[in-house]
Design a protein around this ligand. Sequence first.
Ligand SMILES: [Zn+2]
Length: 245
Amino acid sequence: MKVFITWAFAIALLSLVLFSTSAAPPTTPFPEFCGTMHYWERTPEGAAFKARMDLTGACPTNGPCDASGTRDGKIPSSATPFKIIPVRFQIFANNDGSNVAGTSTEISNQMALLNLDYASSRIYFVYTARTNNSTLYRNCPSNSEPAMMAAFAESPASQINVFVTAYAAFNNCGIATFPWQNSSLTSTGGMMLQDFSMAPARFGATGSFIECFSHEMGHMLGLWHTFRGVTEVAGLSPPALCCRR
Ligand SMILES: [Zn+2]
């Protein structure tokens, strides 16, 4: 994880300038641990990207942030100042405040891991959090994710909203908005994180979900799933995987 995101710093910064289409809700459960790619493929732009991918059998490029020369020219060094990115947690609970999807300790632990993962990329995240009492969205109904996000997002143009609850529509650990999507800086952009990704021990998930938050944050900053192009950077391993994996 840490290795992959070293070069991704460039992509992250470039792709914070955004363009593209609105998100469409998923209609079926996703088979993979992360649903970001599938979710995006349901947007018009994502569908077009998938069509190109299926046609060529390879991962197409997607704008200047995908150019290897651009990316390599932005790889940070130990002298590069940290880029500070604000995160706003939207933690859901029932109407009476019970069944909270993330405690202050759980949030703090996830943030510590996130900042550890991104330290070598010279990215540091700061955060604030609030609890939203809504039994309805504490188990977010299928296809209601955009409405939930629109209702609870705060300042999406200047901070990354992370909506933590249980999602009925998908069974993967989380879904993020790619920065090139039109919705990314709007109230329907941000990250949807399952409660078991926030608190694997409390919600009965395995340890494999512990770094879902860091993984999805990579998508928020413009990394493909799972980090296509890593072998183009000297010394990195393991071998690159297709953008769909
Ligand atoms: Zn992913």
